[in-house]
Design a protein around this ligand. Sequence first.
Ligand code: PCA
Length: 212
Amino acid sequence: MKKVLITGFEPFGGASINPALEAVKKLDGAELDGGVIVTCEVPVTRYDALKAISEAIEAHQPSYVITVGQAAGRNAITPERVAINMDDFRIPDNGGNQPIDEPIDEEGPAAYFSTLPIKAITRKLQENGIPCQVSNTAGTFVCNHVFYGIQHFLRDTDIGHGFIHIPLLPEQAAATDQPSMSLDTIVEGLRLAAQATLENKKDISEGAGQIC
Ligand code: PCA
């Protein structure tokens, strides 16, 4: 039985809720066709986040890792394509760190690509009526930090890893003009993303590019 580790961030930036954490609470122990989901909670703090996830990887020995965070303003579940070696925090993280233009790993490459089947995930969610688009930027805050740092941590293993950003919950967006998605839809979308990961060792070839 293969394990898929799905991680969710705690709230940050003064908020009291993070949909990523709410979703992983509901996904813990969920059965997949050929696997099971295990989860872990992640602090929104530079380097502590990597420590929490790498410890969960050591403890669970998963075949795949899907790290998940909230992205205010997104109207779809968005598997990320690329992580960059750059910390440039617009706000302080939960530990008060606010690096500007600092590399995540001095010795690391400029970027890593996701090793999840992002096109297959996107198609599976869309076929199930869940808005999903490939994203080409995970930002430069703690989500990109985790995406890059865990790709670097896993670089010499055959454990697949990638990052997925999710929209705000309706209750977070109610008094704003931001798009949102229900928790049930987010949970089902992440479950389907894990299932598509198990079903597609190699990604499908399908256009999902953007023109600027
Ligand atoms: N989103 C932030 C960090 C934690 C989270 O859920 C980000 O996109 O960097």
